[in-house]
Write a protein that binds this ligand. Structure first.
Ligand code: NAD
Ligand code: 2HG
Length: 528
């Protein structure tokens, strides 16, 4: 049987050699397809290979009636509708490591060009102007580079910046003091980083949490004359706020490789002499393009041979028999993880998952992956799935331990998830109640009965008359409707918790003033 492979973005010819070598693959390269032509062509295709240009939307995926695998020659999968792919049983594979070096080198090149105004000076020279006054730059040595997002590329950039004798301060939700020390860099919050830095470079994925991470408020907090680099994703920086910060003189310059909308041609930022830019070239080297194309090609070849793929982004990997037993717990497991990741802001270093009762008889590794996915989702968004969750946990030195016991405290099945941070332990337990669906039955030491769904408020307070009323009144003043409410305590008059379900999503910041009420210690807004 011959499988049809469609390549719609330019991929390295050397990189697709594994595809050319395979006997049962027919390759079509069509890099200039209109949307309509793509929707037509995809109909008969078994595999689609892209870079970042082709928008693999739900419409495209659903038109691909034979489509089985999508290969992304690069890291970011934000041009692929992962939910649609998963829903349609299509495996997405990417090449997460192949362009790390190139992207890091491009970042350093952009920072250096920015510091020394090389593109501006070259441009003047090309226009016949020999100007040695305007283009006075600054040295990198002894300057502080702030790195936001210390993953593969961020870490490489940090290491190279140290080679330039820069001081480096970084923020990443998975960065610990010990790890920072090992790398010879400082670590702090986003605010610490942006306040200390002379140059700021971002290396996060584009997520809800990172969209407009560098906005008007952030620019205000930065040092005067700070310089900004973005070789990660457009949208992490608010482009209008950046424009204003440059015009006001707060920001001395910016080097941009990625933009909120690409192609990026008509934006006022490009009219500013302080801005240098490249058209999303971070991964555009011979080496990176060959490497990412080889990686996805090998995965496509393996896939059609029926072998395991190396870099799955959304692959469900549970045997049918096990799936039948544990599938009903997938959602609960993920939500217990999500609940704990929202219950604390501290860096999680250890996760213990205890399966009690009948669940202890099954291979529950898929549930563990789902729980870890729930924990990591806050920081990785769609980049984490049940397949790569444990790998990501390992990469960020988060220990994941699975325990089993047949004793389940009266429940048929009980999943207890415990996370450790440097200074605290958080615990939640859940079960499936026959006929009633999933329930959170314990939070830390408090017994509760809460449906893990919708918008929750988790409140720690003193068990005193009036505390609940004060919360209710303030929420009413904010026009927030309470749908359900549970309270739990371990001792009369001691610390207690409230678990409220409310009708609408609220931001954590909107809830901070509840903690100013008498006897209210902590409020967490948690969406499940
Ligand atoms: N310009 C290009 O051509 C090019 C090339 C390759 C990668 N990229 C992009 O670069 C970025 C980084 O890629 P990578 O391979 O290093 O990814 P990675 O997954 O290895 O690292 C991302 C890091 O961001 C951190 N993070 C998540 N949320 C955060 C937050 N709110 N604040 C701070 N840090 C947060 C994660 O913990 C992780 O360490 C991605 O957006 C990727 O798409 C761009
Ligand atoms: O395909 C490209 O060149 C961009 C790749 C890059 O943005 C990535 O996320 O890997």
């Amino acid at each position: 049987m011959t499988f049809h492979i469609l390549i719609t973005d330019p991929l390295s010819e050397e990189g697709i050699y594994p595809l050319r070598q395979a006997e049962n693959l027919a390759i079509t390269i069509a890099t200039d397809l209109s949307k309509e032509a793509l929707l037509e062509t995809i109909k008969d295709v078994d595999a689609l290979l892209v870079r970042s240009q082709t928008q693999v939307t739900r419409e495209v995926i659903e038109a691909g009636k034979n489509l089985k695998i999508i290969g992304r020659a690069g890291v970011g999968v934000d041009n692929i509708d992962l939910d649609a792919a998963t829903e349609n049983g299509i495996i997405v594979v990417n090449a997460p490591d192949g362009n790390t070096n190139s992207a890091a080198e491009h970042t350093i090149a952009m920072m250096t060009a920015l510091a020394r105004k090389i593109p501006q000076a070259f441009n003047a020279l090309k226009n016949g102007v020999w100007d040695r006054k305007t283009y006075i730059g600054v040295e990198l040595k002894n300057k502080t580079l702030g790195v936001i997002g210390l993953g593969r590329i961020g870490a490489e950039v940090a290491a190279r910046a140290k080679g330039q004798r820069m001081n480096v301060i970084a923020y990443d939700p998975f960065l610990t003091e010990e790890k920072a020390k090992k790398m010879g860099i400082d670590f702090g919050t986003v605010d610490d980083v942006i306040q200390a830095a002379d140059f700021i470079t971002v290396h996060t994925p584009l997520l809800k949490e990172t969209r407009h991470l560098l906005n008007e408020e952030a620019f205000y907090k930065m040092k005067d004359g700070v310089q900004i680099i973005n070789c990660a994703r457009g949208g992490i920086i608010d482009e209008d706020a950046l424009y204003n910060a440059i015009v006001s003189g707060k920001v001395a310059g910016a080097a941009l490789d990625v933009f909120e909308t690409e192609p990026f041609i008509d934006h006022p930022l490009l009219t500013l002499p302080e801005v240098i830019a490249t058209p999303h070239l971070g991964a555009s080297t011979v080496e990176a393009q060959e490497s990412v194309a080889v990686d996805v090609s090998n995965d496509v070849v393996s896939f059609f041979k029926g072998e395991a793929v190396r870099n799955p982004v959304n692959l469900p990997s549970v045997s049918k028999e096990v799936l039948a037993k544990i599938a009903p717990f997938f959602d609960l497991a993920e939500k217990l993880g999500t609940f704990l990741s929202r219950k604390t802001d501290e860096t999680i270093v250890e996760v213990n998952i205890k399966y009690a009762g009948e669940l202890a008889n099954y291979d529950v590794r898929a549930l563990t992956r789902n729980t870890v996915k729930g924990i990591l989702k806050r920081n990785f968004g769609s980049h984490v799935n049940d397949v790569n969750a444990k790998y990501l946990a390992e990469r960020f030195d988060i220990k994941v331990n699975e325990h089993k016991t047949t004793t389940s405290k009266g429940f048929l099945h009980l999943i207890t998830v415990e996370v450790h941070t440097a200074g605290s332990v958080h615990r939640v337990a859940g079960t499936l109640l026959n006929g009633l669906g999933p329930r959170i039955v314990k939070v830390d030491d408090y017994v509760v009965d809460v449906v893990p769904e919708g918008h929750l408020l988790f409140i720690k307070h003193k068990d005193q008359p009036g505390a609940i009323g004060r919360v209710g009144t303030l929420l009413a003043e904010k026009n927030i409707n309470i749908a359900t409410m549970q309270v739990g305590r371990t001792t009369i008059g001691g610390e207690a918790i409230m678990m409220l379900t409310i009708d609408n999503h609220v931001e954590q910041e909107e809830m901070e003033d509840l903690t100013e009420l008498a006897d209210i210690y902590e409020v967490r807004a948690i969406d499940l």
